[in-house]
Design a binder for this molecule. Structure first.
Ligand SMILES: [Fe+2]
Length: 337
């Protein structure tokens, strides 16, 4: 490990260069030092991993052909930690064949540079990948803040605590049951967590009020769908779930809110989530009643399948899932906080 400069300038990007040939390594060190980077260097993959674990590194430039662990495997390991999924890696290789690039991409490489490399091209590509990583990190950070906020908001009322988390988990399972891909499942999980975030704009007294609500109070509560959409709108990464947040209280027969949409005009994921939302409300405890059993909830869905609240076809699938679900799994859901 060789941090080449002891005086670290403010906001300087750091690069880890890895090459088993000392002359190549020196050249990389010179190029990046001259470009104003803080440079860490390693002559093998294991030293590189150890530097990576102990220092704040912004990008790695990795030679592919190295004895012991090659650059492909090193790239895969650098990317394997969830919190490092946006960490950029450029593979440096004399190989220009298609297969090497495919293998590199499979290992998660962000770009390739062929040897002999152009110094300007290498530093410009590095800077642009670091910029992209910073933006992705910021976006993820904002998303985490809003997800945390949703859970914290819900904890104001002991009777709804855990509701959104459960709706997220069950919606994800339902999406999986329907054969949706992993990405769509994750989307539905987030939609579940965020669907009621607009309640942050409704007073706690009103949310926790026992007894009959006035029509003004009811309207104030209904607005949580629109407020939720507004809160989440600036976050590009969750743009796709805005229709779920807005439309999760629409009804199949068109008598829901806020837009009075009916049938298939209601976004599919909103129809899906509204079933799960109702299911969790049925099986959860309330101040005025105990939670219903799973069997009772399924019976309610069967009875109300064509009653106008939900998409009847989706209700069928939901019942199908509940009938096939292991008791242990549903028990885990119900205990989620
Ligand atoms: Fe809601």
């Amino acid at each position: 490990m060789v941090p080449l400069q002891s005086t670290v300038a403010e906001e300087r990007s750091s690069v880890l260069v890895v090459d088993d040939f000392s002359s190549n390594l020196e050249l990389l060190e010179t190029v990046f030092t001259n470009a104003g980077f803080e440079v860490f260097s390693a002559m093998d993959a294991f030293s590189a991993l150890s530097i990576f674990e102990t220092h704040e590194i912004d990008i790695a430039i990795v030679d592919v052909m190295m004895p012991g662990m090659d650059g492909f495997e090193l790239c895969r390991r650098l990317k394997s930690r969830t919190e490092k999924k946006f960490f950029p890696v450029i593979l440096l290789t004399a190989l220009t064949d298609r297969q090497s690039r495919i293998t590199g991409l499979e290992c998660g490489a962000d770009d390739f540079i062929s040897k002999p490399f152009d110094a300007a091209e290498l530093t410009i590509k590095s800077r642009s990948l670091i910029k992209l990583k910073t933006l992705q990190d910021e976006l993820e950070h904002s998303e985490n803040v809003i997800l945390t906020l949703a859970v914290a908001m819900e904890a104001r009322d002991p009777y709804t605590r855990g509701h959104s988390t459960r709706v997220g988990e069950i919606s994800m399972a339902f999406a999986s049951f329907l054969g949706f891909g992993r990405k769509e499942q994750e989307y539905l999980k987030k939609a579940g967590i965020l669907h009621d975030i607009g309640k942050i704009g409704v007073s706690t007294d009103l949310l926790c009020k026992n007894g009959k609500l006035t029509s003004e109070e009811l309207e104030a509560i209904k607005r949580h769908t629109i407020i939720g959409e507004e809160i989440c709108k600036p976050l590009v990464s969750i743009k796709g779930i805005l229709p779920v947040i807005r439309s999760h209280h629409e009804r199949w027969d068109g008598t829901g809110f806020p837009d009075g949409l009916a049938g298939e005009d209601i976004p599919f994921n909103a129809r899906l989530l509204s079933i799960v939302d109702a299911f969790d409300a049925m099986v959860s405890k309330r101040p005025y009643r105990a939670g219903r059993s799973l069997d009772t909830a399924v019976q309610v869905f069967r009875k109300e399948q064509y009653g106008g609240q939900w998409d009847p076809g989706l209700v069928d699938h939901f019942i199908g899932m509940m009938n096939r679900m292991e008791a242990k799994r549903t028990e885990e859901w119900l205990n989620l906080q």
